[in-house]
Design a protein around this ligand. Sequence first.
Ligand code: DX5
Ligand code: ZN
Length: 223
Amino acid sequence: MSGKLPIKIAPSILASDFARLGEEVRAIDKAGADYIHIDVMDGHFVPNITIGPDVVKALRPHTKKVFDVHLMIAPVDLYIEAFAKAGADIISFHPEAGPHPHRTVQAIRAAGAKPGLVLNPGTPLEVLEPLIGDIDLVLVMSVNPGFGGQSFIESQIARIQAIRKQIDALGRDIDLEVDGGINFDTAPRAIAAGANVLVAGTATFKGGEAAYAKNIATLRGGV
Ligand code: DX5
Ligand code: ZN
């Protein structure tokens, strides 16, 4: 089932050179990235601060690829409109960020973006059940959110398998994305478990611009 799905690679620009963000986005676009994964952190929901809607807006003219915006902020609803207007195509959020996750899904849809739900390594899978019919993406965190460069948490493989079964049973076109510690060893295992979108920060940007295309192709499993 999952083996037949085309695999999409979503480089996380968190691992890029922030002083040259526009160039870096153009480089990963050219190197074959499918989605551009943008990690938004507020120093409150997670212990790190990254970028906001103005940076997303500034990056928008640099590529036509899908902007996959991962919000690690609380509250979420207050900022949805700004990220959608800035050019976010997919907006994913953590259910722990607020008391009304279904309202957040509706707000993302109403703003013209695709809603995604993010499951931390310790988030019970049950939170998915009332929302899965209304979202376009499930993001399984294979590290705890906040930083790039962490090690893949093995227990998430079984959760990816379980969610793949739910998605297939539902028959809707929902991306199953995995984020954190994805490298040349863990990528094939995440794909075998049923993921069809791989976020990769460190593994994409390793080796500088000359290596991006090969890194992305290797992660996809095409080489
Ligand atoms: C962590 C972020 C990830 C991170 C992945 O909170 O959501 O997207 O950048 O980084 P790597 O691929 O280096 O583990
Ligand atoms: Zn992320």
